[in-house]
Design a protein around this ligand. Structure first.
Ligand code: ATP
Ligand code: MG
Length: 625
């Protein structure tokens, strides 16, 4: 490929739209352009990178015996209604683009493919003899992300490899899950990425065990908590740890304490010399469900702990599983009352002084039973405000024998309260966020350390959730029908490309790992006015091409300095400079990574490069029998 034919437009300055270095570099080096929010064009250089990554993914997936397919991106609403996900994915903060077709039928643009693949499995899989089977595709996915950002990292249209496996039993699922784990490790290593595997939350996809693969990078959106011995690593959304010991509170019986203006844990602790571990703080939230239920939730946490919103959402979904799906959980404040169109009035609620025993009905005293939701789905859902609180408490709060908490009236707390004083016990749920510095469960002498990560892959054991909902069954050896066991396995192909830049760059630009570089070599003609240089460069270009080396020829009529800068910026692993030495048959070879320079006779270039390229290329993965 000739650079003069590449429509290459490089930028000297950082574009204003980009915040993180990989996004800046991909824009500056002419790999991509933004079309609209979260929507990017993959220009020729980037498309080559994406195809290289896809080829590695294909090889490794095929190597495990998985079969490639291509499934529809336009998906009928009724499939998603059967799995119970349509409302959650389209209303409220749902991320599925959806539309009504000319027949008046609702369709969604695929953010993921559990529903479609399970419907196919229901149709095609009859017997245990067909199992296990694993199907994958590499395809554009659509997600109307709430905060699209960082270019390809969080797009609204992006390329994903997704695979779905079907099994007779859990043991077979575990086997394939382990194979996928191995394949993922090889894929990321071959792409030149440093990743860590971490325990993950299973989120809206559902299911039990799941693991994420994180590219470690400062710009990562995820926080990973890991023990220094490397035996435990988890996404903070999911991480567990030992909380510090609470300080005991004196033996005096429960009594009221005047605490005017002391509405925060800090203020309360400072004014009376309490330790935050002696206080139970109570948060008021509300959860909105697809069937219209608005459930007020009271959460009790130990004063020094923070709420993990992912754990809270999971706990609420588990307790209230029959309401068509949880749409949103948010602090119940006047902003929420407006947003959910709940009739106003909050005078009854003593914010800052809530206790775990706040009376049921405190909310409906203030708020008239609401009528209809404004936003979200087109059809307004009649809503119903639940009278009773859902009361949840983290074990760190439940374990306190005596504690300080709000008295449910302004300017008053209670000291020396016990759970027995406060009526029925709240439901026990792990709700606290693990923090860096916490002691580890597996070894309390180890502490959690934080690193940031970019999630490039996620593997799940789904179990039988989708097969049960969509009636995907098989006949077992005993002749009985049972639901299939399922796993699913994703890789963000376009996110991976940008994550590779985040990990592999220097002050001058991108340093692509050879395996996913758009070209292995760039031949730069220092001066187009020197026929000797042009002739030698053209000859080397031809030789390299014939030998199967992927090579760019920079034949633009630009100053040599400009071409060198661009070669560094776009990050081609080897640069061949054909300059003054050309008259004597000499060229210069520059390694992008590290900048090592070598003068070579032109005749030696090809064998030299072939050797270096071979040395950096991985051993091929054995294929499945
Ligand atoms: P995230 O938590 O980052 O939103 P997710 O849990 O929604 O990711 P999955 O549904 O597991 O992601 O999708 C599989 C993979 O697709 C992810 O591991 C990630 O690499 C990639 N991915 C997900 N969302 C996006 C996006 N908006 N843009 C680019 N890649 C994405
Ligand atoms: Mg997501």
């Amino acid at each position: 490929m000739r650079v003069s034919r590449l429509m290459l437009v490089t930028l000297r300055d950082d574009p204003a739209e980009a915040e993180i270095v990989s996004h800046k570099l991909l824009l500056r080096a002419g790999y991509t352009r933004r079309i609209s929010s979260g929507i990017y064009a993959y220009l020729p250089l980037l498309w080559r990178v994406l195809q290289k990554i896809s080829a590695i993914v294909r090889q490794e997936m095929n190597g495990t015996g998985a079969l490639e397919v291509l499934l529809p991106q336009l998906q009928p609403a009724d499939l998603w209604e059967r799995s119970g996900r349509w409302a959650g994915y389209t209303a409220g903060e749902g991320i599925m683009f959806h539309l009504t077709d000319r027949q008046g039928r609702e369709q969604g643009l695929g953010p993921t493919h559990e529903e479609v693949i399970t419907a196919l499995a229901a149709d095609l899989i009859r017997s245990y003899r067909q199992l296990p089977v694993n199907l994958y595709q590499i395809q554009t996915k659509f997600r109307d992300e709430i905060r699209p950002r960082f270019g390809l990292m969080r797009g609204r249209e992006f390329i994903m490899k997704d695979a779905y496996s079907f099994h007779t039993d859990e043991a077979s699922l575990r086997e394939t899950y382990a194979e996928m784990d191995g394949a993922y490790r090889r894929i990321f290593a071959r792409c030149g990425l440093r990743t860590v595997a971490v325990e993950a939350d299973s989120g809206a996809i559902g299911g039990s065990a799941s693991q994420e693969f994180m590219v470690t990078a400062e710009a990562g959106e995820d926080l990973v908590l890991a023990s220094s011995d490397g035996r435990y690593a988890a996404n903070q959304e999911r991480a567990v740890s030992l909380a510090s010991e609470a300080l005991p509170l004196g033996p005096d019986p429960c009594q009221a304490l005047a605490t005017p203006g002391q509405t925060t844990i800090e203020a309360l602790a400072a004014a009376h010399g309490f330790d935050p571990t002696q206080i139970v703080k109570v948060l008021l939230l509300a959860a909105r469900f697809a069937d219209g239920l608005v459930q007020p939730v009271l959460v009790s946490l130990r004063g020094d702990q923070q709420l993990n919103e992912v754990k809270l959402t999971n706990a609420i979904s588990a307790v209230l599983a029959d309401h068509g799906g949880l749409l949103e959980v948010a602090p119940l404040d006047s902003a929420l009352v407006q947003r959910w169109n709940l009739p106003q009035a909050f005078d009854a609620i003593p914010f800052g002084y809530l206790g775990p025993d706040l009376a049921d009905g405190t909310i409906d005293k203030g708020i008239e039973p609401p009528t209809r939701f404004k936003s979200g789905s087109k059809a307004e859902v009649p809503s119903r405000l639940e009278h009773h609180f859902l009361r949840l408490a983290d074990p760190t709060a439940l374990e306190l024998p005596r504690f300080v908490c709000g008295a449910n009236q302004l300017d008053t707390h209670r000291v020396g309260a016990t759970w027995a004083d406060l009526g029925p016990l709240p439901q026990n749920a792990d709700l606290r966020a693990a923090q860096p510095g916490d002691r580890c469960l597996h070894d309390p002498s180890q502490h959690l350390e934080a690193t940031r990560g970019i999630e490039v892959g996620h593997i799940f054991q789904l179990g039988r959730k989708y097969s049960t909902a969509l009636e995907a069954t098989f006949t077992n050896e005993a002749g009985q029908e049972e639901p299939l066991w399922m796993g699913c396995y994703g890789i963000g192909v376009s996110r991976l490309a940008q994550a590779a830049v985040e990990q592999n760059h220097d002050a001058n630009g991108i340093c692509w790992p050879l395996a996913i570089a758009p070209f292995a070599v760039i031949v730069v003609i220092a001066s187009l006015n020197e026929p000797v240089q042009v002739a030698l460069a053209e000859r080397l270009y031809g030789e390299l091409q014939t030998a199967g080396v992927e090579v760019l020829l920079d034949d633009r009529d630009e100053r040599a300095g400009v071409k060198f800068k661009d070669a560094d910026l776009i990050g081609i692993p080897f640069r061949v400079v054909v300059g003054r030495g050309a008259a004597n048959g000499q060229i210069e070879l520059v390694a992008r990574l590290g900048g090592e320079k070598l003068d070579l006779a032109a005749a030696d270039l090809l064998p030299h490069l072939m050797q270096r390229i071979a040395a950096e290329s991985p051993v091929p993965t054995p294929t499945h029998p």
